[in-house]
Design a protein around this ligand. Structure first.
Ligand code: SF4
Length: 324
């Protein structure tokens, strides 16, 4: 039996690509990837529904380096889709060789994303991932050069499709034929395509050379304020975010909270100069239930050492000026 590896994001296109090959009796191992920017829950749901085994591959560290310095640049936001595809296909290529699969397939549709799914880019990705001739795109296969699996008769090209462009009409018709009616919205799920998240990420890269996974996790919590070139503060917006900030807190961080009124947790990753800590305290007061017109008591903690100070709330103008 022919064995193939499918990149399953869990979106409609990758589900349909899998179904088309299942119809040809191909044995499929689905793979998906985990990083700090996207998870694998959608893929898990799709794999259950498609009755295929799913392997989750953690590429967090390697992917973060690539996001910081993409060879082929970013898309509309901080999404380095070309580099990201190369990395994913490289990983699929290792697996193909190690476990004797015959080809790799994806749910990509020619021309659906003009920047990353045109013919030249699909070829470039195949070449740079070391998978030339091995990547089948069942939804657009008839518009693309024949892959090795098609030439060798392992896949019947005649039963593959010729979908192209941004319209999703053909995919919706196909989904209907397969009885698939609940699928996630396209392009959701990757934080790198989110403008607000991308703004924070740009700020992080501009101010910090060594970026860790924890820095990325912090970007997903609370409000962020830039205090100076080296310091920022993150302030929780609700109970779960305050708890998450405490979970993410590490050695050298400063944690701030208002002592006599309900209020948020503020966290300064890796600490900062005294003036920045003062500003962070006043931001923390601003978002607490304490009065805005008189100083209130604030508790600072760094590496188990506590200090108390009185801080007024900062003005709305300062909040606006510092928010990232
Ligand atoms: S949208 Fe995100 S996950 Fe998808 S290819 Fe681009 S960077 Fe990678």
């Amino acid at each position: 039996m022919t064995k193939a590896i499918g990149l399953l994001s869990g979106g409609l296109d990758s589900i349909l690509a899998t179904r088309l090959l299942q119809d040809q009796g191909i044995e499929i191992l689905a793979i998906c990837f985990k990083t700090s920017f996207f998870g694998f829950q959608k893929a898990q749901r799709a794999a259950i529904r498609l009755k295929v085994s799913l392997r989750v591959i953690d590429i967090s560290e390697e992917h973060l380096q690539l996001v910081q310095n993409p060879r082929y640049g970013y898309g509309r936001n901080m999404n380095p889709c070309i580099d990201c595809h190369i990395l994913m296909l490289k990983r699929a290529g290792y697996l193909l060789e190690r476990e004797n699969f015959e080809f790799i397939f994806t749910g990509e549709v020619l021309g659906q994303r003009p920047m990353s799914q045109n013919k030249q880019v699909l070829q470039l990705v195949a070449r740079n991932s070391g998978c030339e001739g091995l990547i089948l795109r069942p939804l657009s296969a008839k518009l693309l050069p024949e892959t090795r699996a098609e030439k060798e008769g392992k896949v019947d090209r005649g039963r593959l499709l010729d979908i192209q462009g941004r319209s999703r009409k053909s995919q919706f018709e196909l989904a209907k034929r397969y009885g698939i009616d609940d699928f996630p919205a396209p392009a959701g799920g990757c934080l790198l395509t989110d403008p607000a998240f991308s703004r924070r990420l740009r700020d992080l890269f501009a101010h910090q050379k060594e970026v860790q996974i924890r820095d990325i996790e912090l970007l997903q919590v609370g409000r962020h304020f830039r205090l100076d070139e080296s310091a920022k503060v993150v302030i929780g917006r609700r109970k779960e975010e305050n708890e998450r900030l405490l979970e993410l807190a590490d050695e050298g961080d400063v944690i701030i909270k208002v002592t006599d009124y309900p209020g948020p947790i503020a966290l300064i990753p890796r600490g900062g100069p005294k003036m920045c800590i003062g500003t962070a305290a006043s931001l923390c007061v601003r978002y607490s239930d304490g009065p805005n017109n008189i100083p209130v008591l604030v508790l600072l903690e760094k590496d188990g050492i506590e200090e108390r100070l009185e801080s007024p709330a900062c003005s709305q103008e300062i909040c606006q000026a510092l928010i990232i």
